[in-house]
Design a protein around this ligand. Structure first.
Ligand code: NAG
Length: 291
């Protein structure tokens, strides 16, 4: 007979673990949540001049994000082959601490996604960063990178006319960053800061036209083009954009970090208990086998 003391605490822990992990994740609408990333197929060799230029570029972009929501930079080495171009853009409503935090996160994502790639781009909820060895600075890019359409809403709903009013407002507003709302619908538009006013307008018009034609009567829509994006959402659901204050988002960060630490510790404790009960059962089995 073995003692079953390993099981009640383990069961308790599992219950705790499951109830904790089924809590609503507070960071889903967070500034730093991942939207997309992409890398060029070409790679540079480790230790190359290109690599050190790229590291300098990324460091400078991270530094720049502490005081500016946009910057574009070029780092050139001794030869034309070592030139690296890069830029970042934070969404217009981010505070400087949030922008800086977002760009830091985006750069670390680039390192994970695109090790040794000559080019890469990452879009998080609140910021965009891109680098390459061919210049794309000041070049309009209307390629669809990510399109997401929510479930359709019923046609009698006011939401579609509100959605259209929001998109019209975004289309006619000026500037690189635009927000709008009508009834339950909120919208946000952002161009990368290297576009001229006309190029930005052209890029946003294209994104808005695509949202209308490709998302139809969807409850929310995201259209990320190469150099601009337009997003709308309904009734706080899938919300993004203008309503997150910096204090609440850093608080959310803190909460999810704490939660992750608690879950990690619980998992560790559970592993130790499984290990100890395994060992003690093995010893007991050996002892009873010896009798
Ligand atoms: C970019 O890097 C790739 C891979 O090293 C290279 O083949 C290509 O010629 C580079 N492009 C430019 C413009 O330097």
């Amino acid at each position: 007979m073995y003692r079953a003391y390993g099981f009640p605490p383990l069961f308790l822990l599992l219950t705790l673990f499951l109830s904790l992990s089924s809590l609503p994740n507070p960071s889903t609408a967070d500034t730093n949540s991942f939207i997309y990333g992409g890398c060029s197929q070409l790679t540079y060799s480790p230790g190359s001049a290109y690599e050190s230029n790229l590291n300098s570029l990324l460091t400078s972009l991270v530094n720049s994000a502490t005081y500016s929501s946009f910057n574009k930079l070029t780092f050139s080495g001794s030869t034309q082959q070592d030139v690296v171009y890069g830029l970042y853009q934070c969404q217009g409503d981010l505070s400087m601490p949030d922008c800086s935090n977002c760009i830091q996160r985006a750069v670390s994502q680039l390192g994970i996604l695109c090790p040794s790639s000559t080019g890469g781009a990452v879009q998080l909820q609140g910021c965009f960063i891109k680098y390459d060895n061919t210049s794309f600075l000041g070049v309009e890019d209307k390629t669809v990178v990510v399109k997401k359409c929510g479930p359709p809403v019923s046609y009698e709903s006011d939401l579609i006319s509100q959605r259209d009013a929001v998109l019209n407002g975004l289309a006619s507003g000026g500037g690189l960053y635009r927000v709008g709302g009508s009834g339950e619908v909120q919208g946000v538009a952002q161009c990368v800061g290297d576009l001229s006013a006309n190029e930005c307008q052209d890029c946003l018009s294209s994104a808005i036209g695509r949202l209308r034609s490709e998302c139809g009567a969807a409850a929310y829509g995201d259209m990320f083009l190469g150099k601009c994006y337009v997003r709308y959402s309904t009734g706080g659901d899938h919300s993004h954009g203008s309503n997150g204050s910096s204090s609440s988002s850093s608080q959310q960060n803190q909460t999810s970090k704490t939660l992750a630490i608690i879950i990690g510790m619980l998992a560790l404790v559970a592993l130790i208990i499984i290990f100890v009960s395994f060992i003690s059962r093995a010893i007991e089995r050996r002892n009873s086998g010896g009798k």
